[in-house]
Write a protein that binds this ligand. Structure first.
Ligand SMILES: C[S@@+](CC[C@H](N)C(=O)[O-])C[C@H]1O[C@@H](n2cnc3c(N)ncnc32)[C@H](O)[C@@H]1O
Length: 219
């Protein structure tokens, strides 16, 4: 169990733990999800009030549950970790949004049905780059590491295709990841990355920048 954003949350073993990483709290802030102040809508897209939200890699479900509590009508929350899917379901029950939050198990969009479309598609990604042939030593590494950025490449290629008219595909990325490679992959997929919002985190002596990008189709 942990506390975040004024609420208590269940935490299952092996699931990305917001209590050990401040990046989930930053995600709430970048998306403008309460209790973060709502961002100026003119500064870029925010989570879709009265709309549909797809979160890839929901982990404990803090973001997905917060989006449902903040007014999204339907939230689909996927994760490659079955334990994370269970954890999201527990937190949806705990906070009374199980009627509109659908946890699903699958790799990126594999659990999204044909024809399903969303106003916002979002991923707080596992941005640590490992060599393409890297084999995970333990399941929990999937929360941090993406070998060869294969999952990032697929996200860039496919996320915009799952949007409703006027919808937004978002990616939360850290400057600790390989932004150069991410941009090259975006280019290869015919996408551009538009920074929407930034946040700075102090980690010891270092300041880390986390950026919310919009994945746009290149004209
Ligand atoms: C950085 S964590 C973020 C977790 C949660 N969204 C949060 O902010 O607390 C990344 C999450 O993505 C999941 N993940 C990694 N690769 C995935 C994939 N290919 N498909 C779906 N989920 C994936 C991990 O299991 C992990 O829960």
């Amino acid at each position: 169990m942990f506390a975040l954003a004024g609420r208590e949350w269940d935490l299952l073993a092996g699931v990305f733990a917001p209590v050990h990483s401040p990046t989930t709290a930053v995600a709430l802030e970048l998306l403008g999800l309460p209790p973060a102040p709502a961002p100026d809508p003119d500064s870029g897209p925010v989570f879709p009030v009265d709309g549909t939200f797809l979160e890839i890699g929901a982990g404990t479900g803090v973001i997905a549950v917060s989006a449902a509590l903040a007014g999204c009508t339907t939230v689909v929350a996927t994760d490659i970790s079955a334990q994370a899917v269970r954890n999201t379901a527990m937190n949806a029950e705990r906070h009374g949004v199980a009627d509109r939050l659908v946890p699903r198990h699958g790799d990126l969009f594999d659990a999204v049905g044909d024809g399903e479309r969303f106003d916002t598609v979002y991923w707080h990604s596992n941005y640590v780059l490992a060599p393409d042939g890297y084999e995970y030593g333990a399941d929990h590494e999937r929360a941090y590491v993406d070998p060869g950025y294969r999952a990032h490449r697929r996200y860039l290629a496919e996320a915009p295709g799952l949007l409703t008219e006027g919808g937004t595909a978002l990616l939360q990325f850290s400057e600790r990841g390989d932004l150069g490679l991410l941009r090259r992959l975006a280019e290869e997929c015919g996408r551009t990355l538009r920074p929407v919002r930034r946040c700075h985190l102090r980690e010891g002596e270092e300041t880390i920048e986390l950026v919310l990008y919009e994945v746009c189709i290149k004209n």
